[in-house]
Design a protein around this ligand. Structure first.
Ligand code: NAD
Length: 479
């Protein structure tokens, strides 16, 4: 595909609105401007809620089968434009094309799953204690949903929220991250092509997240917030949701421990670590962040890992065979450099060189740090970059204590060939997701989400749709 600019409008009430005030979209690999989108404000935020509220009246009354058919058509429309969406994603986010294609397919798998799941919103009948009474439990859509998403998975985060919301009978207003608005708008184009009615999905792009999202938080017509992003912003929005008692789903930060036991298959452990740590240049919430290797296997593990990391190809994501793209911005690069410098100053050993000579964009090469200790910044703060800090342990109970000693609780990984150890670790780790010999546990049919300060609620699986449903108990007296 040849270089072009994407200049799009926002999607409100089935109409594409172009505003005079616009913001540019930049390619983090080349720093070139690749397009622009409206820089919307409070007025457009309110228009979006007006549209979603009006559409809710009819969308919530459609049958599950009608919604399933439209979601299935949305899935097909995305499938038909997969290459284009993946290319735009690589241009605005930086991840290699193969990963971007994988993400579009992964995002689309949620739309497919929830097209099917719409038909299984079951209620209950409960035995009554009186002969003349019937107890019936129904599920109903919560109403207008506000979705706020990050830049690291520009398609998946939108799909993981809108697919279950629409399947449940809700309508939505969504705000993608300012760095990656184009992918979200392409998904909305596909929804329009699929015939999803006006107002059911509304996408507002802005550089002033607070202004737009505050309108939604204050509006009592918005019944739920579904947010993916950092823990500090999640906490702020949780407080703001209190005034109108909105339902909340929060997918927040992580600090995943990755434990390699003395009986691990080291080849599988290194493969799993490369997948978990370096996908999206280390910018995923379930990224391995703290690696704990049993002392008995430290040397062979480190040797395999440093070789595998040195072989990873870094570059512009649209070029062939690139495995690691740029980071999202300068701030991200500075944070990773600071973690590397801090670790070295406290005694860690650096394997490799993070600096990419001649780089124009926000590149850092993947590196390994060994002799790492728990007080180093890279073991305390989410890294969101391509460094693999390796520490050691000698006692299972002690490494579980260290792994749990954090406010985060999203994903954890354990590599072991012992079934007993697999259960012992996974049952004692305070994390919502545990990958046992698996560096890539996220799939549409499984519940994804965190414990502790990593969030509330789950996305994916039959549990994901419950987040968009109210429970109504009908007590029926036969008179
Ligand atoms: P972020 O919190 O800065 O931004 C996320 C979204 O919130 C963006 O759309 C942003 O514009 C918006 N936002 C920022 N400030 C806001 C405010 N004051 N009011 C309202 N909205 C605001 O996070 P990020 O840097 O875009 O994303 C990275 C973070 O997301 C990491 O912490 C990562 O772990 C987390 N994440 C979590 C999951 C998960 O499923 N748990 C998935 C992906 C990313």
């Amino acid at each position: 595909m040849k270089q072009q600019e994407w200049n799009k409008g926002i999607y409100v009430n089935g109409t594409w609105l172009t505003l005079d005030k616009r913001m540019i979209v930049q390619n983090p690999a080349t720093l070139a401007t690749i397009g622009s989108v409206p820089d919307a404000g409070a007025e457009e935020a309110k228009q979006a809620v007006d549209a979603a509220q009006a559409a809710f009246a009819s969308w919530s009354k459609t049958t599950a089968y009608e919604r399933a058919t439209l979601l299935e058509r949305w899935h097909q429309a995305i499938e038909a434009r997969l290459d284009e969406i993946a290319y735009v994603m690589t241009m605005e986010q930086g991840k290699p094309l193969a990963e971007a294609r994988g993400e579009v397919q992964y995002a689309n798998s949620y739309i497919k799953w929830y097209a099917e799941e719409a038909k299984r919103i079951y209620g209950e009948t409960i035995p009554s204690s009186a002969v003349s009474k019937r107890i019936i439990v129904q599920k109903q859509p919560v109403g207008v949903v506000a979705a706020v998403t990050p830049w690291n998975f520009p398609a998946a985060m939108i799909a993981r929220k809108l697919a279950p919301a629409l399947a449940a009978g809700c309508t939505a207003v969504a705000k993608p991250a300012e760095q990656t608005p184009l992918t979200a708008l392409l998904l909305a184009e596909c929804a329009e092509e699929a015939g999803i009615p006006a107002g059911v999905i509304n996408i507002v792009t802005t550089s002033r997240a607070g202004e737009v999202v505050d309108v939604w938080m204050e509006d009592s017509r918005v019944k739920k917030l579904t947010f993916t992003g950092s823990t500090p912003v999640g906490k702020l929005l949780m407080k703001k949701a209190a005034d109108t008692v909105k339902k909340l789903s929060l997918e927040l930060g992580g600090l995943a421990p990755f434990i390699v036991a003395e009986d691990a298959n080291l080849e599988a452990a290194v493969k799993g670590l490369i997948q978990s740590k370096f996908r999206n240049a280390g910018q995923t919430c379930i990224c391995a962040n703290r690696i704990y290797v049993h002392e008995a296997v430290k040397e062979p593990f480190l040797q395999r890992l440093t070789e595998a990391v040195a072989a990873l190809r870094v570059g512009v994501g649209t070029e062939d065979h690139v495995e690691i793209g740029p980071l999202i911005d300068d701030r991200a690069v500075k944070k990773v450099r600071q973690q590397v410098d801090d670790a070295i100053s406290k005694g860690a050993v650096l394997h490799g060189n993070p600096e990419l000579e001649g780089a124009v964009g926000y590149f850092l090469k993947p590196v390994v740090l060994s002799e790492v200790t728990d007080e180093m910044l890279c073991m305390q703060e989410e890294t969101f970059g391509p460094i693999a800090p390796v520490s050691t342990y000698s006692d299972d109970a002690d490494v579980i204590r260290r792994a749990n000693a954090t406010p985060y609780g999203l994903a954890a990984y354990v590599f072991t060939q012992s079934l007993t150890r697999a259960f012992m670790f996974s049952e004692n780790l305070e994390y919502g997701i545990v990958g046992v010999n698996d560096g890539g546990p996220s799939v549409a049919q499984a519940p994804f989400g965190g414990m502790k300060e990593s969030g509330l609620g789950r996305e994916g699986s039959h549990q994901g749709i419950e987040e968009y449903l109210e429970v109504k108990y009908i007590s029926l007296q036969l008179v």
